[in-house]
Design a protein around this ligand. Structure first.
Ligand code: NAD
Length: 308
């Protein structure tokens, strides 16, 4: 429980899924954490959750795309806790559209909210680490979109791929200061089953009609060698490792937390040999917030769910 004792962290994008879970796990390992989000209530809820369990955190609202907001958040964290050792960034918004119809504003927002936010978190974070003499760790949460082309996902793919190679370059720039920059790549997460996909989660053949590049949940599950989706806690354990001195010889690297998806032979479909029904999978899924299991399925779906 003390892997991050005496360290101070900032998490950009602190909703109850990936960001809030990472913040929770960092705090549980002894870090004092600033949780920040463009939504004030999301930042406050994550900080309250952590403090209620006896760990140290405070929440701050701010837009990770804005230079002055990121500078203000970093300065407030250093003022409050006296140093900065860890920055975790995953803020951003996804816009789906094909190249022919893509709106320029959506493109700009994707690039600003993922790639530019990554630059600002790294730049302000590294300057603060240098000022306090910390050999810090900066972590960016990626997506398979950083590694593959996805129909209807050009702006998201471009933004995440840009952020990935930015992170590698920043790792080279900051290496001689002892500051490390690494990335974590999840594929589609288990919580997608009960958040964006919630109305369709019990329909294995569901395909979003307006999106040519989409696929059913069953098709996605069939591609996963470990026969499961990653959970926010899986990413949070990876973040704890990359934030800690246990990974002190790692920089510029990307950890795939994707049930083997990125490393499998593309035309091999594990589900053909090891079938698993998405209905059964979804029924067995436990909803988590900040990495803790909740009994919220009924509330989230707006109707009772038979999970027998
Ligand atoms: N959910 C998935 O299946 C999945 C898969 C691969 C990668 N990812 C990546 O993981 C990260 C988090 O995913 P999640 O599922 O927890 O998403 P989420 O939507 O639950 O959380 C994202 C949080 O970021 C905040 N945010 C958005 N724009 C912001 C900004 N400009 N400034 C500050 N905060 C901002 C949102 O308010 C939200 O609380 C994202 O970078 C996403 O691209 C998610």
């Amino acid at each position: 429980m003390d892997r991050l004792k005496n360290k101070v962290a900032i998490v950009f994008g602190a909703g109850p899924n990936i960001g809030g879970t990472i913040a929770h796990f960092l705090a549980r390992e002894g870090a004092r954490v600033c949780v920040t989000d463009v939504k004030e209530e999301a930042a406050a809820a994550a900080a309250d959750f952590i403090r209620e369990r006896g760990w140290e955190a405070f929440g701050m609202a701010g837009d990770a795309r804005r230079d002055e907001d990121v500078g203000r958040i970093v300065a407030a964290t250093v003022e409050r806790y006296g140093r900065l050792d860890i920055v975790v960034n995953m803020a951003g918004r996804v816009h789906w559209d094909d190249v022919l119809n893509m709106k320029r504003d959506d493109w700009d927002d994707s690039v600003a909210s993922f790639a530019t936010a990554g630059l600002l978190a790294t730049q302000h974070g590294a300057r603060a680490m240098l000022a306090c003499g910390a050999r810090g760790s900066i972590i960016h949460v990626m997506s398979t979109a950083a590694h593959f082309g996805e129909a209807d996902g050009a702006s998201y793919c471009a933004a995440k791929a840009g952020l990935l190679n930015f992170a590698r370059s920043a790792a080279m720039d900051l290496a001689h200061h002892g500051i490390r920059v690494n990335t974590i790549t999840p594929c589609s997460m288990e919580h997608q089953l009960w958040t964006t996909m919630r109305d369709e989660m019990f329909d294995p053949n569901w395909v979003q009609p307006e999106r040519r590049g989409f696929y059913s949940r069953q098709e996605y599950l069939d591609q996963l060698p470990l026969r499961r989706f990653p959970r926010a806690a899986d990413l949070a354990w990876a973040a704890v490792f990359l934030a800690s001195d246990e990974s002190s010889c790692m920089t510029g690297s990307d950890m795939a937390v994707d049930a083997g998806l990125r490393h499998k032979y593309p035309t091999w479909t594990p589900g053909k040999h090891d079938p698993l029904d998405i209905n059964d999978y979804a029924r067995a899924t436990r909803v988590t917030r900040y990495g803790e299991e909740q009994e919220l399925l009924t509330e989230l779906l707006g109707q009772p769910i038979d999970r027998s």
